[in-house]
Design a binder for this molecule. Structure first.
Ligand code: HPA
Ligand code: ZN
Length: 337
């Protein structure tokens, strides 16, 4: 029998926390810069990669927001999207729910149509040619005003049918979920699914606010929920999923290393935990790197990794029938190996 890490790599899985802009690899950045005549502030791919040494969330966000400057044409957004899925295919990702932050592009005078046309054409091709299904989640930047979020919501109206849900990303400290209460209420009226980053750098209290004030159905990160035992009990009971990103948490100094990450404790406490890559190019790991890294550092068992993959389908925005089909295929996989 193959070793457990090989089986983890081969198992079908969904990825639910991945920022499209955070999958922009340094090589593609330079290729797009050359194609678009953009001057790079780094001499080489290696020099750019060397800059990926972060001290906290903001130090990452500064590079992440600057990194998108090479994305100018619909084809650039197409290539970015395609590249992520080509890589995800190698990790046996069969379904992915992607974050896209239009405010980071419209602020650079890139029309919404450029962004959505490129991304959506790629998602269609990916489903047809790679057989990977997807959903799009539009994230509002929490350092921007709520009014700016409303402008983003209005400007994206032509594509709302193709946007499954909305989320909240960016600088957490100083920007509590409460700041976006009216915006999320409007998104509820319009029938969007709702998620929010909370409890990454921010306190457990922000997770409670995201649940109670924004009414989200999934928490992105949420690892600091552990600081509030009543909240952990609530998450275990309600099974509101957490989309945890372990390598991201280590790179942004939320945990010193994977061996000290709390994902195993949260999983064993009965929470609906999933493992994801967040911004794979910046943090140097795709979903299998995260799963296998945790398996080794935390000595996860076969049942733990099965449960993580099963949770990835359960927590997705897929229909109940599609969830059941994926879980059957996952079960078949584990009985066949
Ligand atoms: N946290 C908040 N905002 C983000 C992240 C993250 O980990 N990645 C991309 N935008
Ligand atoms: Zn994220």
């Amino acid at each position: 029998m193959a070793d457990l890490d090989t089986l983890v790599a081969g198992m079908p899985k969904a990825e639910l926390h991945m920022h499209l802009e955070g999958s922009l690899e340094a090589e593609l950045t330079f290729a797009l810069a050359a194609r678009n005549g953009v001057t790079m502030p780094y001499a080489s791919v290696e020099a750019l990669r060397r800059a990926y040494a972060f001290t906290n969330l903001q130090s990452f966000l500064d590079l992440y927001y600057a990194g998108v400057n090479v994305l100018l044409q619909p084809q650039d957004f197409y290539d970015l999207t395609w590249a992520y899925f080509a890589r995800a295919k190698q990790d046996n990702v069969v379904h992915a729910e992607l974050f896209l932050g239009p405010q980071g592009h419209t602020a650079r005078n890139i029309p919404m149509a450029t962004v959505f046309d490129g991304v959506l054409r790629a998602l269609d091709d990916v489903e047809q040619k790679l057989g990977i299904t997807s959903r799009l989640i539009m994230v509002f930047q929490r350092h921007q005003t709520e009014d700016d979020g409303f402008r983003c919501l209005e400007a994206s109206a032509p594509w709302h049918k193709r946007i499954a849900g909305v989320g909240l990303g960016g600088a957490e400290i100083g920007h509590p979920p409460q700041k976006f209460a009216r915006l999320f209420a409007e998104c509820t009226k319009r029938g969007f699914r709702k998620v929010a980053h909370a409890g990454e750098e921010g306190p457990a209290e922000f997770v409670v606010e995201a649940l109670d004030v924004l009414g989200v159905e999934r928490i992105d990160h949420g690892v600091r929920a552990e600081e509030d035992p009543a909240l952990v009990a609530r998450l275990a009971k309600s099974l509101v999923p957490l989309t945890v990103c372990p390598i991201s948490n280590v790179k942004l100094k939320v945990f010193p290393d994977l061996a000290h990450h709390n994902v195993k404790r949260l999983l064993r406490a009965g929470l609906c935990v999933t493992i994801n890559s967040d911004d794979p190019s910046y943090f140097g790991g795709y979903v299998n790197d995260n799963l296998i890294g945790c398996r080794r550092a935390l000595d996860l068992t076969r049942d733990d990794v099965y449960r993580l993959a099963r949770n990835s389908f359960v927590a997705s925005f897929l229909s109940d029938a599609d969830k059941a089909r994926h879980i059957r295929q996952l079960d078949d996989y584990w009985t066949s190996v």
